[in-house]
Write a protein that binds this ligand. Structure first.
Ligand code: GLN
Length: 236
């Protein structure tokens, strides 16, 4: 690994890896390599402190019990919080939104203090949200519909410091009646979309990468298979 290698932190895949969201780190790495950058995925497990020196971070979804372990670890080793405060992009999927928030209630009704990086709170909803979700992005820099697969019981309410990532056009999203999906606050972007999200939404992948690299534009990467999958998902 050289000085110029872009380092992608895959945070706690041992506990936050249930839904295949580790694929987001692979997508980031591949899109960098195809453009000629050196890029590596750095896995941070429960056995490691969390470094604050990586260029970009991603965390995946998990079951309630696993997300509690992750919460405790991130509170004990605040490298992610420090990196985000310095501007490193963080992509949080599903349970990771809940973990990075102020607090969340598990399906059994127990309230757990979150990491406090984003101004959101999460409570279980009467019905689990499962299925395809499609949204219209609200974040500047995104123009294409976002698509993914959601599977969560928690409903996430945004506080005053957080904004939605997108408006739901199909599916449930954050699930508290405001029609929003995901969250944006500072350098953190959260979404309930599995898929993995970045394989299905290359524009979001490139937005994160351009922020990590500090560039305004990246060379286009035409991928007909991805475009076809997107068309199918939007039609389905
Ligand atoms: N355990 C959380 C919930 O059900 C998150 C699930 C997930 O990450 N898919 O809301």
């Amino acid at each position: 690994m050289s000085e110029s290698t872009v380092r992608i932190g895959l945070v706690l895949p041992d506990v936050m890896g249930t839904y295949g969201d580790g694929g987001n780190a692979l997508v980031l790495r591949q899109r960098l390599r195809l453009r000629g950058y050196d890029a590596e995925v750095v896995e941070i497990t429960l056995g490691d402190p969390v470094p604050d020196s990586l260029d970009i971070y991603t965390l995946g979804g998990a079951e309630d019990s696993a997300q509690r372990l992750a919460t405790r670890h991130l509170q004990r080793y605040p490298g992610l919080q420090q990196a985000a405060a310095k501007g490193a992009p963080v992509l949080a999927i599903c349970a990771a939104i809940q973990v990075l928030g102020q607090w969340y209630e598990t399906s059994s009704g127990e309230r757990v203090d979150g990491v406090g990086m984003i101004d959101v709170t999460t409570s279980p909803q009467p019905k689990r949200a499962i299925g395809e979700v499609t949204t219209a992005p609200m974040l500047t820099g995104l123009t294409a519909a976002l698509t993914g697969f959601e599977n969560h019981r928690g409903g996430t309410k945004l506080g005053g410091d957080a904004t939605g990532l997108a408006k739901v056009t199909r599916g449930i999203g954050n699930g508290v009646g405001d029609g929003l999906e995901g969250v944006v606050q500072g350098s953190v972007i959260g979404t309930y979309m599995h898929g993995p999200a970045l394989a299905r939404n290359p524009e979001l992948a490139d937005l994160l990468l351009s922020r990590a690299l500090g560039v305004t534009e990246l060379a286009p990467l035409p991928m007909p298979e991805v475009e076809q999958l997107r068309r199918e998902r939007l039609r389905a």
